[in-house]
Design a protein around this ligand. Structure first.
Ligand code: ZN
Length: 242
């Protein structure tokens, strides 16, 4: 079974459309979504509808909870706060209801899905260090756990003896007895220095995983951001990938 894992779309429908094309080329069987469909960008409703129609499994992110009023957006930086408020104004009731229905964490087919971390999903705490990763391995049982949130792709493994290490590169084949904690990066606002939309594809039968990139015309998204009166820095960062 070929599963695409996508995260952090952030209302960027141009990036999402490019990802959709790549998914068609790869003939994926299912799409799982790791949270933050809205926030930052100009198309919250279109992106939410796409997830509603195409994701077989999905969880909520902190920006999703921001738009439906379930997380205190005072902790967001000023640009993120402004965008969440604007996003909430654009969204219809069915999008709001759908976002409200999403769980913090879920699992299926030996895959756990959570936006920030499996240890305490509602804390929205980031997994930054190898130590953070190691403690989080105790909080899921599946072979694979996929997260987003930092917008930076990274693969961490724990072998059968409990040794934790970063897997170099952007692809691997699972080893017997090992488990994997994987950040799939961001579709709509990558922060690893390249502007291309970022996500992952897992093929469960051989156990191969790859980070995949889709080029898209971020100039269109930038124009929409400016036209909506959203902060210019949110447009600029799409070109810089940060
Ligand atoms: Zn995000």
């Amino acid at each position: 079974m070929k599963i695409a894992i996508i995260s952090d779309i952030h209302s960027n429908i141009e990036a999402l459309s490019a990802v959709e094309e790549t998914l068609d080329q790869h003939n994926v069987d299912a799409t799982y979504f790791a949270g933050d469909v809205v926030g930052y960008g100009p198309d919250p409703d279109g992106c939410t509808r796409w997830i509603m129609e195409n994701a077989q499994l999905a969880v909520a992110g902190n920006h999703d909870h921001g738009v439906v009023g379930r997380t205190d957006i005072d902790s967001f930086n000023v640009n993120a706060r402004e965008a969440v408020t604007w996003n909430a104004e654009q969204m219809n009731d069915s999008s709001m209801e759908y976002i409200n229905s999403l769980p913090y964490m879920t699992s299926k087919n030996d895959v756990t899905l959570v936006h920030a971390n499996p240890k305490l999903p509602e804390s929205w705490d980031y997994i930054f260090t190898l130590w953070d990763a190691e403690t989080n391995f105790l909080h899921f049982e599946s072979t694979y756990c996929f997260v987003g949130h930092s917008h930076q792709p990274v693969i961490v493994s724990m072998d059968k003896d409990g040794n934790v290490a970063v897997v170099p590169g952007d692809t691997f084949t699972a080893e017997k007895g090992s488990r994997y904690l994987i950040n799939v990066g961001s579709v709509g606002q990558p922060r690893d220095g390249t502007p291309d939309a970022c996500f992952g594809i897992l093929d469960t039968s051989p156990g191969t995983f790859s980070i995949v990139r889709s080029e898209y015309d971020f100039g269109i998204t930038q124009e929409k951001i400016l036209k909506a009166g959203l902060p210019k820095s949110l447009a600029d960062r799409l070109a810089e990938g940060k």
